[in-house]
Ligand binder design. Structure first.
Ligand code: FES
Length: 636
């Protein structure tokens, strides 16, 4: 194209995907990725801080700030997608480590049987007396009369089709009656006898992933499960980045992205359950939904402001969002269906944790139980049937792939298990059995434990100057080589390393979790020995080696048989609430009874956190199975 004919838009083509998009001149390569639907890792939401969005463009572009990249990376043409701007047509290679790939999403739950099924929905078969000149009562009142309840309401959407539905069934109809929080209404009316099918939806809206289950409300069985990445990820990986994006005018977009993700999960569930059926299950067959999410995800999903959750004193718009219709929430379920949203205890302790507690059953017995859910935030609940205390610690994203140079989430290509050999080379397992791109949370815990065990780091997690080429000093500090670039494949330009700075981030994260757990025990005058049970909830526990987590001082050193994993507790809690009024009552009780302790103003937390900044802790009495490691000869 000649200079005079320069087009305004630029074509950006991605390799090896072969996908192209037209964008305006001057947009960032990250925006071009989003426009082309390329899922790229952008932990910091495009603020240039995380250094994860690495691409190699060829063509017309301005590289922007590349100061966070290594000299090797710069020499090989790598730039940050959020810093580089498009100035003409481009061919862009997204580096393997910067791609969001198949994630290990935790769909597994306890699926505990519910002894007394009592969903808030039921189907009733009605044989209506035909209208005649002697009985010309209106259709709606006729249905109310048949149901024996003149207070039942009917949403306008159901009312609109009523006359047709009643006559198509020759005055035999199936009414779906809902009674949630005392608001009785006829959600749906179908012609003929349709009592054999009553379906509901349970959803966990996580910051990273959204998981759903289709539940048969007549049997309590899970009939399909599906999951997807939360599409908000491209607007920032953690909740803080997304709240900031919202404050800059992106709130509506985040609401749409959350709802789009849930709808995509619903579509997968319906496809799955309809396979092989003569008449497919449709969105209208889903007549109720129960949703658990953290406070920020719930706010985005409903479409309310998150600004004051981010700022001190971290106040949400509402703890308890009243039930909404599927239509109000833009969900692809029956428009009149009611959607139960789990209540949030605090800005950083949401309905997902209330659901975790419900699923764990810790509120029902006199055993003293601690529940830990580790994500970007660590949420901890301590209690029994008489009391519950909770807190959230800003654990940092180290175990979710953030703030660690080789960190990544638990997705294909992540080392999730690592052993350091005597010659300081590493043996490892990679999710998806493919060449490694980085290390996920469980791998990092293994690595720190193993490095300590082999004397590569001291109790403050500082790398020792050992006489080996696995430890080396760079301009940025000291680093340990986990794997060499020539063994990584994937066109890696650098070795896979952990640095002193990475290890300090891991140390801070584990210290925050253990410090928070200790504070809760202290507040209730309990001791580690008093714990009857320790419940690990969430996807993190999926890959975790408890012994390793204890050996670095992240989790308490109590008998391992006291540890219990409940999988995706938020999803399980949502399912239980859908199926049982006892569970819905428990949900309200947990929410009302649970005391929340704000750690950011708690002096005990600061002390406990500082004491936990050692492997495993300054007070070795707390870790009886710990053996102090003698550093090898030559270590400094
Ligand atoms: S540095 Fe580009 S998204 Fe974080």
């Amino acid at each position: 194209m000649s200079g005079e004919e320069r087009k305004d838009g630029c074509t950006v083509r991605f390799s090896p995907d072969g996908v192209a998009t037209d964008v305006a001149r001057g947009v960032t390569v990250l925006e071009a990725c989003r426009s082309a639907g390329i899922a790229i890792d952008a932990v910091c939401g495009g603020t240039g801080k995380c250094g994860r969005c690495k691409v190699r463009p060829k063509g017309s572009f301005d590289p922007g700030d590349t100061s966070t990249l290594t000299a090797d990376e710069r020499d090989s043409g790598i730039v940050l997608a959020c810093e580089a701007t498009v100035t003409g047509d481009l061919e862009v290679e997204v580096l393997p480590r910067s791609r969001i790939r198949q994630h290990q999403i935790l769909v597994r739950t306890l699926e505990a049987p519910v002894t007394r099924l009592s969903p808030w929905l039921k189907k009733v078969l009605l044989e209506l007396p035909k209208a005649t000149l002697y009985d010309n009562t209106a259709d709606f009142e006729r249905v109310q009369r048949a149901l024996g309840d003149r207070d039942l309401e009917m949403p306008i959407i159901t009312l609109r089709n009523m006359s047709r539905v009643v006559r198509e069934g020759d005055w035999t109809v199936t009414a779906t009656v809902a009674d949630l929080e005392g608001r009785g209404e006829i959600t749906r009316l179908e012609s003929g006898d349709k009592c054999g099918c009553l379906l509901g939806l349970a959803v966990d809206i996580g910051t990273t992933t959204v998981v759903g289950q289709l539940i048969d409300l007549l049997t309590g069985n899970v009939v399909a499960s599906a999951s997807e990445y939360n599409r908000q990820i491209s607007r920032g990986e953690d909740v803080i980045a997304r709240m900031m994006y919202s404050e800059e005018g992106g709130g509506r977009e985040l609401t749409s992205l959350a709802r789009e993700t849930v709808n995509s999960v619903i579509s997968k569930l319906l496809d799955d359950v309809s396979r092989g059926r003569e008449s497919p299950v449709t969105t209208h067959d889903l007549v109720g939904a129960s949703i658990a999410g953290n406070t920020i995800m719930t706010h985005f999903f409903v479409g309310v402001d998150t600004r004051f959750i981010r700022l001190e004193p971290y106040v949400p718009v509402a703890h308890h969002m009243p039930p909404r219709s599927g239509y109000d929430l833009g969900l692809d379920i029956h428009p009149s269906s009611e959607v139960l949203l789990f209540p949030s205890r605090a800005g950083y302790l949401g309905g997902d944790v209330v659901a975790d507690v419900l699923a764990s059953g810790m509120h029902r017995g006199d055993d003293i139980t601690m529940l830990i859910d580790v994500g970007t935030n660590g949420e901890i609940v301590l209690g029994c049937d008489e009391w519950l205390v909770s807190c959230a610690c800003s654990a940092g994203p180290a175990f979710e792939g953030g703030e660690v140079s080789c960190g990544m989430r638990a997705m294909h290509g992540a080392m999730d298990r690592i052993r350091v050999n005597d010659d300081l080379t590493s043996s490892y397992h990679v999710i998806g059995d493919e060449p490694p791109n980085g290390i996920c949370g469980s791998g990092l815990i293994d690595l720190v434990a193993e490095m300590y065990e082999h004397g590569v780091i001291d109790r403050k997690a500082r790398i020792q100057a050992l006489p080996t080429d696995r430890v080396r000093r760079t301009d940025e500090g000291v680093e340990f080589v986990v794997e060499r670039r020539d063994r990584l494949g994937n066109g890696a330009t650098t070795d896979l390393v952990v640095t002193d700075a990475d290890l300090q981030n891991v140390l801070r994260t584990k210290a925050a979790i253990f410090g928070a757990a200790t504070v809760l025990l202290k507040k209730m005058d309990e001791d580690l020995d008093d714990l009857d049970s320790l419940v690990i909830a969430g996807g993190f526990g999926n890959h975790l080696d408890i012994d390793r987590a204890v050996s670095i001082g992240m989790f308490p050193d109590i008998p391992r048989e006291k540890y219990r994993f409940i999988g995706n507790g938020a999803l399980e809690g949502a399912r239980l609430a859908l199926l049982s009024d006892d569970m819905r009552n428990d949900m309200v009780e947990i929410f009302e009874e649970m005391t929340y302790i704000e750690l950011s103003v708690d002096n005990d937390f600061y002390d406990e956190f500082s004491s936990s900044l050692f492997i495993p802790h300054t007070d070795l009495e707390k870790f009886p199975s710990f053996r102090e490691k003698k550093l090898p000869e030559g270590a400094e």
